[in-house]
Design a protein around this ligand. Structure first.
Ligand code: RB5
Length: 152
């Protein structure tokens, strides 16, 4: 797969990120890790931001983000214009957040999912195309909300 991914985590997602990296290596998928780089306590917005910037700028195609629950880092990611992040711990959501929401960031909780399930979710997220069609106008409405918020 010819795709550069942006990875980021806090300390709560660090170990899971390391497991997912091994999986990406086995699939030959390239990634850039925006930190953190060990399990020292840190704040998930600090790592989410550069990874999401890399997606919005086009440097990276999608982001894989990790914290303890997957939730905090998804909240940070969804503050960035152009990011559609989904905190996810089941296969149906990982698939349909791509098919219907054209999600460009998958957020996983290192204290929620094991490495095996996480890698399965990553595969679904990477391999499922956006369906477009009736879903596109809903994505356009999300973009409209961003425009409104920028003008506030
Ligand atoms: C860090 O302890 C933890 O709060 C963080 O990783 C995350 O779960 C927040 O949503």
């Amino acid at each position: 797969m010819n795709m550069l991914l942006a990875l980021a985590s806090d300390h709560g997602g660090f170990a899971l990120k390391q497991e997912v990296k091994k999986h990406l290596d086995s699939r030959g998928i390239a990634y850039k890790d925006f930190g953190c780089y060990d399990e020292s306590s840190c704040d998930y917005p600090d790592m989410a931001l550069p990874a999401c910037d890399a997606v919005v700028s086009g440097e990276c195609e999608r982001a894989l983000l990790f914290c303890g629950t997957g939730i905090g880092i998804s909240m940070a990611a969804n503050k960035v214009n152009g990011i559609r992040a989904c905190a996810c711990s089941d296969a149906f959501s990982a698939k349909f957040t791509r098919a219907h929401n054209d999600a460009n960031a998958l957020c996983l909780g290192g204290r929620v999912v094991g490495a095996g399930l996480a890698c399965e979710l990553v595969d679904l997220f990477l391999d499922t195309p956006f369906e477009g069609g009736r879903h596109q106008k809903r994505i356009d409405k999300l973009t409209e909300i961003e425009r409104r918020e920028n003008a506030r």
